[in-house]
Design a protein around this ligand. Structure first.
Ligand code: GLN
Length: 489
């Protein structure tokens, strides 16, 4: 079935004129019609617009456009509801934006369109990307394609579930503390968080601006490299994007990783680590070793402070960023007798409980009496966490860890306990604080029920090439990425 293909497989067929972009798009739309009633990866999608884009791609190919010039030509790709796509709804999984329609494209979206992609659909997410389970969406929950009683991870749960269920060929998500890697792990796909500054954040609705990055969800590592080739690069509209050339990330995918050095942080073997996850990661490390990687133990001594640091810095930035949703400028409004009442009524009705919790936390840690004790202190610890990584990277080329402490948990299991939910991100958070890159890829399954397990590789700042080289070599020596969930009819 065409919707099950990777980008590489689909573009090869399109280039040989064996299939059309319309057929590929229709296959994704049919799959959505078949399974999305159960999974709910999409908040909405416009089939007519998707097919019109597909027809345009088919016409372009008929008049000579090639995949060498446009690597995503005719490939249907869906995006998380936090990225602006011109003339499409933009809700960030929240009620507060009402009927808002984006007036412009995010840079990552613009680049995908220029590369020929069919950009369609709004993927479900935790409200304003705050969460780890997609249970905090104002549009209802998304279910894990491997087990419909479980969460898909979050906050980019829709992006992960759509790829796992073959409802799109690839998707885009965002990662502030793990929101790409964690759902990729729990849904059994590949998810990449680029180095801070690798991908422009223009047109991404900000959660925590110093941590947010856009990245791809794909069915294999090669597709992930192809996507990064397209979306990476400097952008004058995002001053934190870095003017560093974008290499061709696919050229390093040779399978040869002889002599590359991998660090195994001793701090990551924590108490809450599920034995089946640990066994799968241990086996993956052995496999990497047998492929020629040299593995050594390293230490990241400030790891234990990462979650506490993140849950000060991220809410602080969120409280400032979300001040713009005031009922005046965008979307929904609840009127009041004066502006202050209008603001508070609009925000009271528009934001869900987790977003309110973060705004209150963030406002508190920034308030004059507590700013130094919490916010400034957290910034200092953040520097120590980054230094831990930079020191480790003097000795190793990449770091290997589990992506998550457990496989996908049950719907409702952690939603009543924010601290338990926050702790599900222990392995992913420090990567964002340090500004380095990370990728999650499948490395096994739990026995009963059968649920995907993710392996995380962390790379140096702008070290995506080597990180993807290692990920690809491991992936190609296993079959995990080829397994598909059996979604009941
Ligand atoms: N789960 C983390 C949070 O709730 C990370 C979210 C993200 O990366 N967007 O903040």
């Amino acid at each position: 079935m065409l919707n099950q293909l990777t980008i590489a497989e689909l573009t090869a067929k399109l280039a040989r004129r064996e299939v059309s972009a319309r057929e590929a798009t229709q296959a994704c739309l049919d799959q959505i019609a078949r399974v999305d009633g159960k999974i709910h990866a999409f908040i909405s999608h416009d089939a007519t617009d998707a097919l019109a884009q597909a027809d345009a791609a088919d016409r372009a190919m008929a008049s000579g456009a090639t995949h060498a010039q446009q690597p995503l030509l005719g490939v249907p790709i869906a995006v998380k509801d936090v990225l602006a796509v011109k003339n499409q709804p933009l809700n960030c999984g929240s009620k507060i934006l009402g009927q808002f329609i984006s007036p412009y494209d995010a840079t990552a979206v613009e680049k995908m369109k220029a590369a020929g992609a069919i950009v369609f659909g709004r993927l479900n997410m935790d409200e304003f990307a705050m969460g780890s389970s997609t249970e905090n969406s104002a549009f209802g929950l998304t279910r894990n394609p491997w087990d419909l009683t479980r969460i898909p991870g979050g906050s980019s749960g829709g992006s992960a579930a759509a790829v796992a269920a073959d409802e799109a060929i690839a998707t885009l998500g965002t990662d502030t503390g793990g929101s790409i890697r964690q759902p990729a792990a729990l849904c059994g796909c590949v998810g990449l968080k680029p180095t801070y500054g690798r991908v422009s954040r223009y047109g991404l609705v900000a959660f925590a601006s110093s941590l947010d990055q856009i990245g791809p969800f794909t069915k294999d590592v090669q597709d992930c490299a192809t996507m990064l080739n397209v979306i990476g690069g400097h952008d004058l509209r995002d001053s934190t994007s870095v003017a560093q050339p974008v290499p061709d990330y696919t050229t390093g995918l040779t399978g040869n990783i002889k002599g590359l050095r991998l660090g195994l942080p001793k701090e990551y073997m924590i108490g809450g680590l599920d034995p089946e996850v640990k066994a799968a990661v241990d086996a993956a490390v052995k496999q990497l070793q047998s492929l020629g990687a040299r593995v050594e133990e390293i230490s990241l001594p400030h790891t234990e402070y990462a979650a506490a640091t993140y849950y000060i810095i991220a809410p602080a930035e969120a409280s400032a960023n979300l001040a713009r949703f005031d009922g005046i400028r965008y979307g929904a409004r609840v009127d009041g007798a004066d502006p202050l009442e209008l603001y508070s009524r609009t925000r009271g009705a528009g934001f869900g409980p987790e977003v309110k919790r973060r705004i209150i936390l963030g406002t508190y840690v920034l308030s004059s009496g507590y700013h130094d004790a919490y916010y400034v202190r957290a910034q200092k610890v953040r520097t120590l966490i980054r230094q831990d990584f930079l020191k480790a990277f003097e000795r190793v080329d990449a770091i290997v860890t589990p992506t998550t402490p457990t496989a996908a948990f049950k719907i409702g299991e952690k939603s009543g306990d924010p601290l338990q939910m926050y702790l599900s991100d222990v392995f992913t958070i420090s990567c964002n604080l340090a500004g380095i890159c990370g990728v999650s890829l499948p490395c096994g399954f739990t026995k009963s029920p059968k649920l995907p397990i993710g392996l995380q590789l962390l790379g140096k700042p702008f070290g995506e090439e080597t990180m993807l080289q290692l990920a690809h070599a491991y992936e190609q020596s296993t079959n995990w990425h080829q397994e598909k969930p059996a979604i009941p009819n």
